[in-house]
Design a protein around this ligand. Structure first.
Ligand code: IMP
Length: 435
């Protein structure tokens, strides 16, 4: 069975966790391949709510391997807390493995993230302040600490020293912080390494075995296409590639191992942090979406910026990811909004119209959506389980998205619970797996 990548098609928070959770019960393995605990997934299961930042969503399934790939940046304190939290709730974490090559978020990364944002002032990116950017920067500078380094005190100490040395000047305001003392840090992270040792593994080999044995492997992306460091709204992006190509690099497989790429999008748009957002709503409808959709961050609790669905961005996300399917979440949040607007093009600052996502920052930062209007619906759709159960206005909305983006819709979310979904195609890959 092939690899299937789940990626965010907007700015993150599209509900990837729920979709991954649905697929995980049919998968042998779920693999995270980029990002770190800047991500946050909420999964509602049997009335109980679970929040994850690092651990793949598949952990609630007792038969699914959950892997943290080499492309992820791991904060070992958060990792141990999540493991402990799951254990306390009686959930077995024995199927969790962390790549020995995954990079480690260190205390100085957190301080540098905060200091960097403070320095930028009004120009700040609005990062999650989890140390993600500084950790990836050290990885590229070849000054990173990897999970395997936590298992050897001598190597760990040497590497921490080498990583801290070039940062002395920037870290000077924190030099009295005991967390930055070389010996204390080495001991603390060696202890964390000891606690995580049984989870540290050669994860790519586990993935190859599953793929070679015709098992389904789900590659779970974090964030979304428009936060991609190469393809997103730079510099208002995250420090990794949340697009499908990164699943290969961040997990250790080749492009041919991934047959399906599902893009997850909400039925409207949201964004956390700064940066351009052409279809943003700064009005009552935006407020209504925020409340109805509970658009407050899982990781930082920040209110999310809300807006209409942006098909320019979605077509771009489809192209850079090679999407084979779309999953549209939170369609129920649009109930009662009439009319519904959808951005199909952008207007640039000089009035020019753009069908394609503009590459030029001066245009992108000032672009606003050009909309078409569709009738809304008033009916409660949370009980719909087949497309035919939806009001025709809701079906028309889905048809417009699929036709405009040129990618079929395989799944529609109509409520937060696991079963509040419509599978639109009985012959999809997942149904064939389940059969
Ligand atoms: P960082 O990833 O913490 O460096 O933050 C960079 C940008 O990505 C900021 O605008 C964050 O709000 C955004 N971001 C990072 N992770 C997520 C996520 O999981 N969902 C939504 N936005 C995110």
């Amino acid at each position: 069975m092939p690899g299937l990548a789940i990626v965010g098609a907007q700015w993150g928070d599209e509900g990837k966790g729920k979709i991954t959770d649905l697929l995980a019960e049919r998968a042998d393995a779920v693999v995270r391949f980029q990002g770190g605990n800047n991500a946050g997934h909420t999964i509602v299961r049997g009335g109980e709510e679970f929040k994850f930042h690092l651990i793949p969503s598949g952990i609630l399934h007792s038969d699914t391997l959950c892997l943290i790939g080499n492309g992820v940046v791991v904060d070992p304190k958060v990792m141990t807390e999540e493991i402990e939290g799951l254990r306390r709730r009686g959930i077995d974490t024995g199927r969790l493995r962390i790549s020995a090559n995954a990079h480690v978020i260190m205390p100085y990364h957190l301080l540098l993230d905060q200091a960097g944002e403070a320095k930028l002032g009004e120009l700040q990116i609005g990062t999650t302040r989890r140390g993600i950017g500084p950790c990836y920067a050290d990885k590229s500078a070849r000054l990173g600490i990897r999970m395997q380094d936590l298992l050897d005190e001598k190597i760990l100490k040497q590497k921490i020293y080498a990583a801290m040395e070039p940062k002395r000047l920037t870290l000077r305001p924190f030099e009295k912080d005991p967390a930055l003392d070389l010996q204390t840090m080495t001991e603390e992270y060696r202890t964390l390494g000891h606690r995580l040792e049984s989870y540290i593994a050669d994860t790519q080999r586990i993935i190859w075995d599953a793929l070679d044995n015709e098992r389904l492997v789900v590659f779970e992306g974090a964030q979304g296409a428009l936060l991609d460091i190469d393809h997103g709204t730079y510099p208002f992006v995250t420090s990794s590639n949340p697009t499908a190509g990164a699943a290969c690099v961040g997990a250790g497989v080749g492009p041919k191992d991934i047959e399906e790429v599902w893009g997850i999008t909400k039925a409207y748009s949201t964004r956390v942090g700064s940066g351009p957002f052409a279809s943003e709503l700064d009005d009552d409808v935006g407020d209504r979406l925020r409340v109805a959709g509970n658009e407050f961050g899982t990781t930082t609790g920040r209110a999310r910026r809300c807006g209409w669905l942006d098909l320019v961005g979605l077509r771009y996300a489809a192209r850079i990811n090679g999407l084979t399917a779309l999953a549209i979440t939170k369609l129920d949040v649009l109930t009662g909004i009439d009319p519904i607007r959808v951005a199909v093009r952008y207007s640039g600052p000089d009035g020019a119209s753009f069908d394609e996502f503009p590459y030029h920052q001066s245009i992108l930062h000032k672009a606003v959506g050009e909309y078409i209007e569709l009738p809304g619906w008033q009916e409660d759709i949370s009980g719909a389980r087949r497309l035919e159960d939806l009001p025709s206005a809701a079906r028309d909305y889905l048809d417009l998205i699929a036709a405009n983006v040129g990618v079929p819709v395989v799944l529609v979310g109509v409520g937060p619970a696991r079963d509040e979904v419509i599978w639109t195609q009985a012959d999809t890959l997942v149904h064939s797996i389940a059969a």
